[in-house]
Each structure stands twice: as C-alpha cells, then as structure tokens.
Design a protein around this ligand. Structure first.
Ligand code: SF4
Length: 162
C-alpha cells in the first residue's frame, strides 16, 4: 500500500497493490508482484475496517487506486474495496494488464463488479517498445485511460481526458 501517491491517477490517491500478475510484461516496474504467493493475505472486511477511517480522515486524499500485480486476478475482493470507497465518495482508478475488450467479455467471477465499481481504468500490458514517460498515469502508448461509467453507458470506449 502507498498512503499518498500523485502518479497513480488524478489528485492524491491511496494505492492498493495486488500480489500476483499473470502478464509478466518485459520492463515491468513491479516484478516482485508477479508471484501469486507472497504479499500479505488479508480479509477485505478487516482491511476496510483498519484503513477506511484513517483514509477518510486524510483531507488530501481524493480517491483510491488499485494497482499491481493484477487486480482483476482477485476481482471479487478488489470490487468490494472499490465499492466501499465509492460509497464513501472516493473515486476509483484501476490498473490492469487486460484490455477493456477482454474484460467486458469476461465471465470470470467479480470482473463485471470490479469494472462497474471503477471510475477510470488504465488498460493493457506495459509494452517496452511503446514506453513514453510523457504520458500521464501510464507507461506505454498502447495503454488507455478509460472513463468506465461513460463507456459502459455508451457501449463503446470513452477515453478519460486529463
Ligand atoms: S500488467 Fe503491470 S504488474 Fe503485471 S507485468 Fe505488466 S506492468 Fe507488471
């Protein structure tokens, strides 16, 4: 977890890192998150009880970010965290190595819930040959910032403008 990040989405954000990622992108900045063993195993309800009061008490925090690792590999648990944050008025940014097209077609448990609880999705694997440090909140040019609510409502991708 990172209590105050300004590089993982708009504003100041509290970041949750998922342990485990199946994508294994060359040049990944977080290769220690690849193994599905390791990290800290926590019950979502305990995590929320532990963190939400201090998160809400911090006036600079505008939202939470789910990063990784791959949050959609633990979609149900992360959807509960995202849903609780939304109920408290916090925005939700979710990073994924999957594409939007893969996620909207997925029947894996929790994927639709996590998508629905996300405000901005940063999608796609990190591609080293497309690396661009000038892009806000993402590392390579194939990755998109997607306005999830608008995209679900329109049935087509609506990109989020920074
Ligand atoms: S999806 Fe993200 S965490 Fe996973 S390997 Fe790619 S860059 Fe690393």
């Amino acid at each position: 977890m990172n209590a105050e990040s300004v590089v993982d989405g708009p504003g100041v954000r509290f970041v949750f890192f998922a342990q485990g990622c199946p994508h294994r992108c060359r040049g990944c900045h977080n290769p220690h998150t690849w193994p599905f063993s390791g990290g800290r195993l926590v019950r979502v309800q305990n995590l929320l009880r532990e963190l939400m009061p201090s998160l809400l008490a911090n006036p600079v925090i505008s939202g939470i970010t789910l990063s990784g690792g791959e949050p959609f590999s633990q979609a149900l648990g992360f959807s509960e965290i995202a849903g609780a944050a939304s109920e408290l008025g916090l925005s939700v940014v979710t990073y994924t190595g999957h594409t939007w097209e893969e996620l909207v077609c997925s029947s894996v448990r929790g994927v639709k819930q996590l998508l629905a609880a996300t405000d901005i999705l940063v999608d796609g694997r990190f591609v080293e040959s497309l690396r661009d440090l000038s892009l806000p909140y993402r590392g390579s040019r194939n990755q998109r910032l997607i306005d999830v609510k608008q995209s679900l409502a329109c049935g087509t991708i609506v990109e989020f403008s920074v």
